[in-house]
Structures are given as C-alpha cells and as structure tokens.
Design a protein around this ligand. Structure first.
Ligand SMILES: Cc1cc2nc3c(=O)[nH]c(=O)nc-3n(C[C@H](O)[C@H](O)[C@H](O)COP(=O)(O)OP(=O)(O)OC[C@H]3O[C@@H](n4cnc5c(N)ncnc54)[C@H](O)[C@@H]3O)c2cc1C
Length: 385
C-alpha cells in the first residue's frame, strides 16, 4: 500500500489547512525567529493534534497511523510541525503512567487545546545523551518538591502551559542502578515562570523556539508527580518511541517536499537546449532520493503499526528515525543541487527546509546512538559506553 492511501481524508484536510500557510508565512517567522502561533492554533482547532488522545478524554483516539499522516502532510506541504508536534505525544507519559485523577484533570483540556503541553524537559548541559547523568534534583519538602538545576534545548517552553520534567529524586550515586532514582513531574509553567523557573531562548540555525531552563528552588506540588517516584526514566523511554516515529514521519514529509520540488524544477528548467532532468546526472539522484524515502517510509509505518498494536517497537522506532532523517537529508541536498543558484534563494523555501531537516539527525536522538543501540541490543556486539 502506498502511503498516500493511508488516512486519505485526513491527508486532504491537512493539505487544505496548510495551503493557508504558504512559504511567505514561514519565511517571515523564520526571519524573525517567531513562533508560528496561528498555524499551531489552526492545527489544534482542527483536532489534528489530539489524534492520539483516547475518545474518552476528548481526543479522536486514532493512533500513530493517523498522527504520522498528519505530520507527513504538514512537512510535505512546506510547513513545519516542530512548533506543535509535542502536543501530540508528550501527553503519552501522562496517559500511560498518570493517575486517573490526573488524566481527568488534564487530558480533556489538552485535547481541546485549552492547555498546551508542548514542553518536554530531559536534556541537560552536563549530561548530554547520557540521561542517567542528569543532576536537576527535586527535593521533597512537605507536600511539595523543590527543584534545582538546569536544562538545555527545551523547545516550546515559552509557548506551553505545562511541561513534563525529568529530574532526579535520588542521586545517581545513591540509586541502586544509574537509571533508578529519576522521577517525572508535571510542571505548570504559568505558575513556575518567575517563581523559581527562568527561561532563556537559544537562537539556532532554524526557527525552533528552543530554550535553556534554570530551576532555582521551584516548588512543584507532590500531586504533580507522574507514576511512582524513582521510576521516571522508564516512563520517559516509553514516550520516546512515539516521538521518534512521529519525527521520522516529518522527515518523510520533508523528503517528499524536496523530491516534488526537485522533480518539478528538473522538468521545467532548460539549459543547453533541454530540460536539466533529461541529464541522468540530475535525474538519478532524485530517483535515488525517492527510493530511499519509499524504503524509510515502510519502516516508519511498520514501527507505527507495532506501536499501535502495543508491541515493543524501540528498535523499529530508532531505525525508522535514522533511515527517514538520512533520506530527508539526501533529498534536501539533491534538491539544492538541482536548483543550482536558486537552491540558495530564500524565496524558494528550499534553503529553509534544508536547515530544518538537518536537525533530525541530531535530535531527538543522534544517529550514533541509534547505531549503538542496534549494534548492542540487536546484534549482541559489546557496548561501547
Ligand atoms: C533544536 C533542538 C531542539 C531540542 N529539543 C529538545 C527538547 O524539547 N527536550 C529535550 O529534552 N531535548 C531537546 N533537544 C536535545 C536533543 O535531544 C539532544 O541535542 C540530542 O539528543 C543530542 O544530545 P547532545 O546535544 O547532548 O549531544 P551529546 O550527547 O553531547 O553528543 C554529541 C555528539 O557525540 C556523539 N556521541 C556521544 N556519545 C557517543 C558514543 N558513546 N558513541 C558514539 N557517539 C557518541 C553523539 O551522537 C553526538 O553526535 C533538542 C536539541 C536541539 C538541537
């Protein structure tokens, strides 16, 4: 089955919505490094960001198959889901590990868009990918936790009402295992900012609203603990599979955007008295990009199917993310080359998408760490760290 056949009504509706947010809209936001609030609002109001929330909590409960259709079309249309995609999956930690009272309190409002749960705070400057080295600490004080520490690269923190925060409640040294002693807190950003939480934006090569967070004795009610104290690392790992599959779908969308644009230009642009696409040196890389994207797409949908069936999918989610991010990067590079000088002109949107799609070989997990996972966990090779 070709991907175009999955959820055709959703895809068509997303394409219609995206048509209202053309290249000029994204170029202006990119220039100003401004948050695309209008686009996020439109996606929210259309219900596209609540497809993973079960119907009983006000979502459409369609699963990851529908979510990847949404994000792929957003990206294929030249738009970018980076400002909004976390509203889809960050709630997964709450849905899977939160108490019924927490789910009742938050999920319906997240589904309606009344509450924005867009921020996910894991990465720290001193820990990098080695999450067990995080040191942001939540100390218990009566019916509150008191949080001290620092996070980096926390995206959308300024545009979110809630944040899922991973912190230590037992130091690494005192925990039975390095991955024990971490807990997940739901932080209400509306109360936290200015009361122990400071947000500092980081300007990056793409428009991603990412930030650095400083916690200086931020008080978080104990009732905002998700699941059991000390088990947070497992909860976060769980949620990361959905994130990787969805990001992979964005890469597939990006790749198709580049392939569409490159093919159209190669058919039209004439040099030496013939369309440049008639030259195999121009045609073959575009064909190769299509082949790589089609293969990656199969892996993305396979991972999504496993996730929706409730089966283990960590390896497949990682493999999908790696293949898709490499396919989109190759397609991006090809698209620039096919456009010659115009590949560098802002008004073609190719250089912007080129910068945007580069991120996904580093975040949310870098290629080397995926290779290391497969080498160690799938192939039984010795662990390198
Ligand atoms: C724009 C942006 C948005 C982000 N948004 C969020 C967010 O919302 N929330 C959040 O928590 N984080 C976020 N991140 C962080 C992101 O997940 C990390 O940047 C990413 O996981 C890589 O971690 P690092 O930057 O600490 O790299 P490091 O861990 O310092 O690694 C640097 C390089 O070394 C390689 N490396 C490290 N160790 C090994 C090894 N043992 N073997 C081989 N290679 C190795 C890595 O592959 C990488 O290429 C974001 C990052 C960016 C840039």
């Amino acid at each position: 089955m070709s991907n175009a056949e999955t959820f055709p009504e959703i895809r068509e509706a997303v394409r219609r919505l995206c048509a209202g947010f053309p290249g000029e809209y994204w170029r202006e936001k990119d220039r100003e490094r401004a948050y695309p609030g209008e686009f996020v609002r439109a996606l929210t109001e259309s219900g596209f960001l609540s497809v993973l929330i079960p119907e009983v909590y006000g979502g459409s409960g369609l699963g990851l198959g529908a979510a990847i259709a949404v994000l792929e079309e957003v990206h294929r249309s030249g738009c970018n889901g980076g400002a909004s995609h976390a509203q889809m999956y960050t709630m997964g930690t709450l849905l899977k590990h939160g108490s019924e009272a927490q789910k009742q309190a938050y999920l319906p409002k997240i589904a309606s868009g009344e509450l924005r749960l867009q921020a996910f705070g894991v990465t720290e400057p001193g820990a990098g990918t080695d999450t067990t080295r995080i040191t942001t600490f939540a100390r218990r004080d009566g019916d509150h936790y008191v949080v001290r520490g620092q996070k980096i690269w926390i995206s959308r923190a300024e545009h979110s009402d809630l944040m899922v925060l991973l912190c230590r409640t037992t130091t690494r040294e005192e925990a039975a295992r390095p991955s024990d002693g971490m807990s997940v807190l739901l932080v209400d950003m509306r109360e936290a900012v200015g009361n122990g939480l400071t947000i500092r934006p980081i300007r990056t090569m793409l428009n991603h609203a990412t930030t650095e967070l400083f916690f200086d004795d931020l008080r978080v009610p104990v009732e905002n603990l998700i699941g059991t104290e000390g088990q947070g690392f497992r909860y976060i790992l769980d949620g990361m599979n959905a994130e990787r599959i969805l990001i992979a779908a964005e890469c597939i969308g990006d790749a198709r955007f580049f392939i569409d644009r490159a093919s159209a230009y190669a058919r039209e642009r004439e040099v030496f008295g013939r369309p440049i696409g008639q030259n195999q040196g121009v045609q073959f890389p575009i064909a190769r990009a299509h082949i790589q994207t089609s293969a990656a797409d199969l892996m993305v949908r396979h991972a999504a199917d496993l996730f929706d069936e409730g089966q283990p999918c960590g390896t497949e989610a990682n493999m999908a993310k790696m293949l898709a991010s490499e396919a989109s990067w190759f397609a991006a590079d090809t698209c620039v080359q096919v456009h010659g000088g115009f590949g560098f002109a802002e008004e073609y949107d190719i250089e912007r998408k080129f910068r945007e799609t580069r991120l996904y070989q580093v975040a949310p997990i870098s290629t080397n760490l995926i290779l290391s996972h497969v080498g160690n966990h799938v192939l039984g090779l010795p662990k390198s760290f």
